[in-house]
Write a protein that binds this ligand. Structure first.
Ligand SMILES: [Zn+2]
Length: 311
């Protein structure tokens, strides 16, 4: 055997060994977690609703999205500092209440083909809630959170530095369910948390849900975690609400219901590139990595945007 062939043989052997090690570690990791993962059954009806893309060259791209997405005048996202921000009252600060600091008994994640959505299962019907600030005395129950990249909401000060936007979706408890709330003008409240990708440095927020993502890289899969669970506040990254900007807008996916009180945290948190890479591995229905899932900026149309400072 020539020395060249010997080198080649050694390389093949090393690759073979690393595959075996990788598979074994994967097996033990899974055995340890006692994980539950399966492919969801998607009905034709759901499929139709989920059939939209973020590429405008496509027939189902943002400018072709149906219903309120095209006919509405209070659409989201917006570039919120294109208008002068109005100072809001400090009398009723937005606050986290209910089970916001409680660990759920289960964290669930699903890949819809447009990205990952996380939700919690609690004991005794406990639920994280928010109230005050732009929500006044109404109490909104937490439903789920998901993310968009790059960011949907924009500001001049962050320009193109905003790479990731987390949406924590809540519904007005007076309507009992999210389904009942979706067509009410005060039905939903979404907290948006913005991030900039960074190569170095200490990220300001830990993102405890990222380790779950590798279970749902394939579309229409879901996974439930019962051991490494984390609270709503851990996912949100704060317990006291920082400076926020608020306006009335819509969902940013079809059918773009104009039922959302937006609460955008006016701060650019840091996320490491390595962590963003985990998010970029989530795949769509064509088996391709989801490169972006952010809706373009919508006109403000005279809406008022309020800033809640130093609560
Ligand atoms: Zn969203």
């Amino acid at each position: 055997m020539t020395s060249k062939n010997k080198v080649r043989q050694n390389i093949f052997f090393l690759i073979f060994v690393s595959i075996i090690i990788d598979k074994s570690c994967g097996f033990f990791k899974h055995a340890e977690l006692h994980y539950r993962k399966h492919h969801r059954v998607i009905t034709n009806e759901t499929k139709q609703y989920l059939q939209f893309t973020y590429e405008d060259k496509n027939d189902d791209g943002p400018s072709h999205w149906p219903s309120s997405c095209n006919s509405g005048h209070n659409q989201s996202p917006i570039a919120y500092d294109l208008v002068p921000l109005l100072a809001a009252s400090h009398q009723h600060p937005l606050k986290l209440i209910g089970a916001y600091n409680t660990r759920p008994k289960q964290v669930h994640v699903i890949n819809s083909g447009h990205g990952a959505t996380f939700s919690f299962v609690y004991q005794n019907n406990a639920v994280p809630q928010i109230t005050g600030g732009p929500l006044h005395d109404d109490i909104y129950n937490f439903a789920s959170f998901h993310f968009h990249y790059p960011c949907e909401h924009r500001t001049l000060k962050y320009r193109n530095r905003c790479n990731l936007e987390l949406h924590f979706v809540h519904f007005n408890s007076k309507y009992q369910t999210i389904e009942n709330s979706i067509d009410k003008s005060d039905g939903l409240a979404v907290i948006a948390v913005l991030f900039e990708e960074t190569e170095w440095g200490q990220p300001l927020k830990s993102l405890p849900f990222l380790p779950m993502l590798h279970h749902i890289y394939e579309p229409d899969t879901d996974y439930s975690e019962i051991y490494h669970v984390f609270s709503y506040a851990d996912a949100l990254g704060f317990r006291t609400v920082p400076k926020i900007v608020s306006y009335k807008g819509s969902l940013t996916t079809p059918g773009c219901a104009e039922s959302v009180t937006w609460i955008v945290v006016d701060h650019l948190f840091l996320i490491l590139e390595n962590d963003m890479d985990k998010i970029y591995k989530v795949r769509d229905h064509e088996g391709l990595r989801i490169k972006r899932n952010n809706r373009p900026i919508q006109p403000i149309n005279g809406r008022k945007v309020y800033v809640y400072n130093d609560l």
